[in-house]
Design a protein around this ligand. Structure first.
Ligand SMILES: NC(=O)c1ccc[n+]([C@@H]2O[C@H](COP(=O)([O-])OP(=O)(O)OC[C@H]3O[C@@H](n4cnc5c(N)ncnc54)[C@H](OP(=O)(O)O)[C@@H]3O)[C@@H](O)[C@H]2O)c1
Length: 339
């Protein structure tokens, strides 16, 4: 007897985004899911992640394509020995409720779907945040690029978000003085009172240059940049001699078209005068060490050394709204959609 075809809800790009994405730029449709083939599995979305890279990379897909994005999904059918039914995987399947996966690296370079290791009673959604890609960005960004030393002054932008709140805590574990910059006082209270950051600067209501000079009068040893643009230049003007910058992202530019990027003050002079070194973290370069980062972050959580927060939106239909809210600073910690 033939099975009734399964239908997946899918967000498709309708119009290329210009500026802040608009609801009219996407279509939510239903699509029939084909039968799985040898080596494949079928998984049902449980949590969908809304991440800045989706905005940053949107111009690489065309109208009619499924909008990309990672998710935690439960395997409901399988013709692959690597992916048993009942297990939960993280995959870059896109914004859809049913996905066919297989053991291969995805088109934009994400690791092959990985089975979530035993995380005890912790929520599975953490595999999209502190125990997933953003957590690994913080971990490998610190260990491979920042290489912090005790007593150093560390500044992080986007400090109330997934990567920023995490890397700031690692910097505290390394014995640094940590200054977080973000866009709301509520984020500031969380990172200072709960996470132990030493100082907070609200870039929307304070003069960043003045506040930074007050909190770091001798300058900054290491700057972890999530935001780019003018705020970055301001911080780079206050680096110590031989200071280091780790470029992680530039979210302040993601809503600009490539031909119309915002201008920021030149940084060559302060970099040259202070012999500042600039490096970058690209987490997808650490695919081969993926579980190393996750296991370390899990251990820190179990030891009570690493805290996390999630902003959860309920309902797959609200994925696009959750995404736009994240781009506007609506999330504290990791922005997640519970399907
Ligand atoms: N290199 C890598 O491999 C890698 C991997 C993951 C993420 N990233 C990058 O890391 C950064 C943070 O990612 P995430 O997932 O942790 O996101 P997130 O910080 O949880 O969320 C994005 C935050 O960006 C802030 N923001 C938005 N527009 C801004 C603007 N114009 N100026 C300053 N801040 C702005 C908002 O917070 P406020 O309230 O503070 O404005 C918003 O909450 C992004 O740039 C992302 O692209 C890079």
């Amino acid at each position: 007897m033939s099975q009734t075809p399964r239908k997946s809800k899918v967000f498709k790009l309708k119009n290329q985004f210009h500026g802040l994405p608009k609801e009219a730029d996407v279509n939510l449709i239903e699509e029939i899911v084909p039968a799985i083939k040898e080596g494949e599995f079928l998984a049902e979305a449980v949590y969908v992640s809304v991440d800045p890279y989706v905005r940053g990379l949107i111009s690489t897909i065309n109208p009619g394509d499924t909008i990309f994005g990672s998710q935690v999904a439960r395997i409901i059918e399988s013709k692959s020995k690597d992916y048993p039914v009942g297990k939960h995987v993280v995959g870059e399947f896109g914004w859809q409720t049913l996905s066919i996966g297989k053991n291969e690296i995805n088109k934009i370079g994400f690791p092959a779907p990985w089975i979530i290791p035993d995380i005890g009673n912790l929520p599975l959604s953490l595999a999209l945040g502190v125990l997933g890609m953003p957590g690994n960005t913080a971990y490998f960004g610190e260990t491979e690029v920042c290489k912090l030393k005790e007593g150093e002054v560390f500044v992080v932008t986007g400090a109330g978000g997934a990567v920023g709140s995490h890397v700031g805590q690692i910097a505290k574990l390394k014995g640094c003085k940590v200054i977080g910059i973000a866009g709301s006082d509520e984020k500031g209270r969380w990172i200072t009172k709960d996470l132990g950051f030493d100082h907070f600067i609200n870039y929307k209501t304070s003069n960043v240059a003045e506040k930074l000079a007050e909190y770091a009068p001798d300058g900054v040893d290491c700057f972890f940049d999530n935001v780019g643009g003018e705020i970055s230049s301001t911080i780079i003007y206050q680096m110590k001699k031989f200071g280091r910058v780790c470029i992680c992202g530039s979210i302040s530019t993601y809503n600009n078209d490539s031909g119309d990027l915002p201008k920021a003050p030149e940084i060559q002079t302060p970099i040259k005068m202070k012999c500042v070194t600039m490096g970058a973290i690209r987490v997808l370069d650490y695919k081969d060490r993926w579980l190393e980062g996750i296991n370390q972050n899990l251990q820190w959580i179990k030891e009570g050394k690493l805290k996390y927060r999630e902003t959860i939106t309920n309902g797959f239909e609200n994925t696009f709204n959750a995404f736009v809210s994240m781009l506007q600073g609506g999330n504290i910690g990791k922005a997640i959609v519970k399907v």
